[in-house]
Design a protein around this ligand. Structure first.
Ligand code: DX5
Ligand code: ZN
Length: 217
């Protein structure tokens, strides 16, 4: 079954606990946490303190997406705060192999994120070492942007490598996911759909989650 990871970037931060409980009760599989530093992306969001604060209120895995420069410097802080998955951008990681193993050594699942304009080949050398690939289907920084369909062919390319030598790796997409784009992604091999505005802009979050999941069947 397709996994759904609501992105709290589109939640009401004044009611963050209630928002998380609503999507958990509504059938979410992960809670997606968007960390932005105002350098790697032109927006600033949250850090380890917020991850630590939400850790006790949900039993769902916290899927932490680091959109920051020098992500290796912050692995321990996010691991200690309670992250279950930490994903770093290839574009921000000069020593990607070292950073991935630092995440694993901290007892956390390791993900690698690639931007829409970054070629699939960047993933090839690291694919067997990681737990998750996060394909950006928008340019990171903001919720509510339009899905970039060119990424689908990249997902299909990496899926061939996955079938060849890395069958354990989970594929996730992030950006512009709704009932229409969800199906395009799962058809290309995606296992986990991040959705921000398509869930938190709807009054009934359970319906929103179910509608996206059902659209992929
Ligand atoms: C974008 C973030 C996304 C964002 C997705 O930089 O990484 O997780 O919240 O939002 P939607 O689903 O609204 O495109
Ligand atoms: Zn994200």
């Amino acid at each position: 079954m397709t996994k759904i990871a609501p992105s709290i970037l589109s939640a009401d931060f004044a009611r963050l606990k209630e928002e998380i409980l609503e999507v958990e009760q509504g059938g979410a599989d992960y809670i997606h946490v968007d960390v932005m530093d105002g350098h790697f992306v032109p927006n600033i969001t949250i850090g380890p303190l917020v991850v630590e604060a939400i850790r006790p209120i949900t039993s769902l895995p916290l899927d932490v997406h680091l959109m920051i420069e020098n992500p290796a410097d912050y692995i321990d802080a996010f691991a200690k705060a309670g992250a279950d998955i930490i994903s770093v951008h290839v574009e921000a990681s000069v020593h990607l192999h070292r950073t991935i193993h630092a995440i694993k050594n901290a007892g956390v699942k390791a993900g690698v994120v690639i931007n829409p304009a970054t070629p699939a080949e960047m993933l090839y050398p690291i694919l067997k070492d990681i737990d998750l690939v996060l394909f950006m289907t928008v340019n990171p920084g903001f919720g509510g942007q339009a899905f970039i369909a060119d990424v689908l062919s990249k997902i299909k390319q990496v899926d061939k490598w996955r079938q060849d030598f890395a069958p354990h790796v989970e594929f996730e997409v992030d950006g512009g996911i709704n009932q229409t784009t969800a199906k395009l992604c799962t058809d290309a091999g995606v296992d986990v759909l991040v959705a921000g505005s398509a869930i938190f802009n709807e009054k009934n979050r359970e319906n929103a989650i179910q509608n996206i999941r059902n659209a992929t069947k």
